[in-house]
Design a protein around this ligand. Structure first.
Ligand code: 9MJ
Length: 679
């Protein structure tokens, strides 16, 4: 039956009312932190809305509560240029540095001895910064911080956070505004997420920060929607109209617009009050519902903030006062030895699980045997474990008193004589702290680590092949070395546990795409000892061709920039091993290739003595690739434009460097002209 026009109007009205009610309840829950109705009641209204919209899809609006999730998974995130750069904060690690910060800015503002600065003190959440663009009050785009200039478009995922309004409340917001804040996961949410991950045989997260980042960087918004992501707003970027004169007032304004702000923020007068705030929060730290790694002090007056300006990428008017790393006591239950890519055995402490700063720690590094001896650590000891932010937890030492009254049941930590994985001999080289498995590539642990390195982002950048998959492929004998990856077909991949047709297809495509690479990436991907990205680039710059690098002797290799005799001997040794040459041949046969640049020795290359500045996005290559191409022709890439710059290469959405080039009359190349120059 067709509804009459009146009924339709009534339904549209009911839909609008339901959306307004649900919006209000969200606001009360997430922003005011005082839920006014039980969850079941909320769910009932939500279901009513869903049913009405199902019957009348033409009445669905983009900002309806039902439309937070729904979009399809993305193939990849698009790059987004921020309207105003997203700044990072400078750090202070002690009181002296905080006082120096205050002193510096008082001097710049020419304040007298008795003039104190008004600051806003905030807790520093350990999540990831995002920028939300609202146009006419509607959330139109959300991006991660990225490098501060350009981030990733995570709009689909941000829309799933109920704490973030799809439509700002009230009316007094500017027509355009970038709102900045932190996406994070509460301690409770983190623990629940890890339990759920374990139940589903998925990887667990090391800390709430990683969990938040991993959850926001999902290509499928349905996954993000299931993660307990929270948000607080703490600033703005570009805006089309004036806002309050002080930061504290701005925070209250953001709250009125429906954005959650942090309840611990305070306005104080003078730096001494900031230090009291630090002490207060430090004491309260364990009771907070989320993990923090310090507090932030921001000059309250925007007039003063503008006068102070910026140094490099951080504002002069704000500083993060970091908390010291957290240390806790627990018992050392045992020690496992992990085998790395180059065979190095790392002793890993198995600990009685202990809760440190928002995460349960049951493993920590003991670094190497020399450190164990120096700290005199034995199994059964009461040990001090330290965890700082993102860093891997470490065993700092044995509790002092325990040393003196050591119980007899402690036992020394012994380096195994054989590799725990492949049983080959373990050797310790004189003068080196490391012990190594001598199994080389016959050791599955070394092979796995080597392949993980090969596929990693800065190496061959093969999307979709993570650590777990590499382990599975090696364990099931589907691959033996990195080159075997390229013989994997869709059917083999799709037959693996927890792998669907779509993921298998994506991996096949990623493998195909990765075959076209650069020589520097390829060299880096081989995983030669002590050859990082920079050394790989220097080798390519010097020798140009793979054959030349492979056949170079130690003397020739030592002539490369930043390559000493040790690295030279690692490189030479690597290419002397028949197995490595076989893998390289196999990779080339599989179609792995790079653009050869005949006769382009850097000093004599066609771009020798020329300097380039890159700005904006190029359609045909990434910024790293552009840099590699310029360098391989003898040119140099620098960051800022001066009269000495030969060319500014301007891609899509160029930054302020373009204006600078024009004002200094530096020639500007568009993408086509740049590609022509590279030919
Ligand atoms: C965090 N992470 O909680 C800022 N932050 O301000 C707070 N971060 C910040 N402020 C300017 N509370 C840049 C970053």
């Amino acid at each position: 039956m067709v509804d009459s026009e009146d009924t339709r109007k009534q339904i549209a009205k009911r839909i609008a009312i339901l959306n307004e009610q649900l919006g209000n309840y969200n606001y009360q829950y997430y922003v005011l932190d005082s839920p006014t109705i039980p969850d079941a009641e909320y769910d009932k209204l939500f279901r009513e809305l869903l049913e009405l919209e199902e019957k009348h899809p033409e009445l669905i609006t983009i900002n309806s509560s039902t439309q937070r999730v729904g979009a399809k998974p993305l193939a990849k995130f698009q790059a987004v240029k921020h309207h105003q750069p997203m700044l990072s904060l400078n750090n202070a690690f002690d009181q002296k540095e905080v006082l120096a910060f205050d002193e510096r800015i008082r001097k710049r503002l020419s304040l007298s001895e008795t003039d104190f600065i008004d600051y806003v003190c905030e807790v520093k959440l350990d999540g990831l910064a995002v920028s939300l663009c609202y146009e006419k009050g509607v959330l139109v785009q959300a991006a991660t911080r990225g490098d501060g200039m350009t981030g990733e478009d995570v709009t689909q995922n941000i829309r799933t956070l109920k704490a973030i309004p799809l439509q700002l409340r009230g009316q007094r917001w500017p027509a355009f505004i970038e709102i900045r804040g932190e996406v994070y996961i509460s301690t409770k949410g983190f623990l629940a997420l890890n339990i759920a991950q374990m139940k589903n045989n998925e990887k667990t997260f090391a800390n709430p920060r990683n969990a938040a980042a991993g959850s926001l960087r999902q290509l499928d918004p349905h996954i993000t929607a299931k993660r307990p992501l929270a948000f607080i707003a703490y600033g703005v970027g570009e805006k089309s109209a004036d806002l309050p004169d002080t930061h504290f007032e701005l925070l209250q304004t953001l709250k009125e617009w429906g954005l959650p702000i942090n309840a611990e923020s305070e306005q104080v007068n003078g730096i001494a009050a900031c230090l009291s705030y630090y002490q207060k929060i430090l004491k309260k730290r364990d009771k907070l519902a989320y993990e923090i790694d310090g507090v932030v002090y921001k000059v309250n007056s925007y007039l003063q903030q503008n006068e102070l300006g910026f140094i490099a990428r951080a504002p002069r008017f704000a500083i993060a006062h970091k908390f010291p790393a957290i240390e806790v006591l627990t018992t050392l239950l045992g020690v496992d030895f992990q085998v790395g890519r180059t065979g190095v055995l790392t002793p890993v402490a198995r600990l009685k699980p202990v809760f440190v700063g928002g995460a349960t720690v049951s493993n920590a590094t003991l670094h190497n045997m020399d450190e164990i001896a120096r700290k005199d650590i034995r199994i059964g000891d009461e040990v001090i474990v330290r965890r700082a932010g993102d860093v891997i937890p470490e065993v700092v030492g044995v509790v002092g008193t325990a040393l003196k009254f050591r119980e007899k049941e402690t036992s020394p930590i012994q380096l195994p004589q054989h590799c725990p994985i492949c049983k080959a001999d373990v050797e310790r080289i004189e003068g080196e702290a490391a012990a190594r498995c001598t199994g080389g590539l016959s050791c599955p642990a070394q092979r796995k680590e080597g392949i993980k390195h090969f596929v990693s982002r800065k190496a061959m950048d093969i999307e979709g092949i993570g650590d777990k998959l590499v382990e599975q492929l090696v364990d099931e004998n589907l691959i033996h070395d990195a080159a075997d990856l390229f013989s994997l077909d869709k059917t083999t991949l799709a037959n693996l546990d927890r792998m669907g047709d779509k993921s298998a297809e994506n991996i096949v495509q990623a493998l195909l795409k990765s075959k076209q690479t650069t020589l520097a990436r390829f060299i880096y991907a081989l995983g030669i000892r002590e050859v990082g990205e920079a050394t790989a680039r220097n080798l390519v710059k010097h020798f140009t061709h793979l054959d030349a690098i492979m056949s170079a002797n130690i003397e020739a290799l030592s002539a490369v920039e930043d390559v000493g005799p040790v690295v030279a001997s690692h490189v030479s040794l690597f290419f002397k091993q028949p197995h490595n040459c076989e893998v390289i041949e196999k990779l080339k046969k599989a179609g792995v290739s790079w653009v050869e640049m005949p006769g382009s020795q850097s000093a004599s290359g066609k771009l020798a003595n020329q300097t380039f500045v890159l700005t904006g996005t190029l359609a045909s290559m990434t910024r790293d690739e552009a840099k590699e191409r310029i360098e391989s022709l003898g040119g140099k890439v620098i960051n800022s434009v001066s009269t000495k710059t030969t060319y500014v290469v301007a891609g899509r959405d160029p930054g302020s460097k373009l204006g600078k080039a024009e004002s200094l009359q530096v020639p500007v190349l568009d993408e086509a002209a740049f590609l022509a120059l590279l030919k």
